[in-house]
Design a protein. Structure first.
Length: 82
């Protein structure tokens, strides 16, 4: 009746290779190469990004504490008020 689906066109001079899914390795070298490489790259980027964040956090908390101190009333000013 005709060609079956998947074999509709016959191409010449094209070679295709396929591997059975049972022979493939889904995650080759996952634990031996991927994870150490990810940890190394994460550590390298953290050492570039983390110090500015730490400095910003320290300056931010210091600024907030100074602001709170400056907004407090001095009790010595109000000692003689009755």
């Amino acid at each position: 009746m005709g060609r079956e689906f998947g074999n509709l066109v016959q191409m010449q001079h094209v070679i295709t290779y396929s591997l059975s899914p049972f022979e493939q390795r889904a995650f080759p070298h996952c634990f031996s190469k991927w994870i150490p490489n990810m940890l190394r790259r994460t550590w390298a980027s953290m050492m570039r990004v983390l110090p500015p964040f730490v400095v910003f956090y320290l300056v931010y908390t210091w600024g907030n504490e100074e602001f709170k101190k400056s907004k407090r009333k001095n009790p010595a000013v109000y000692e003689n008020d009755k």
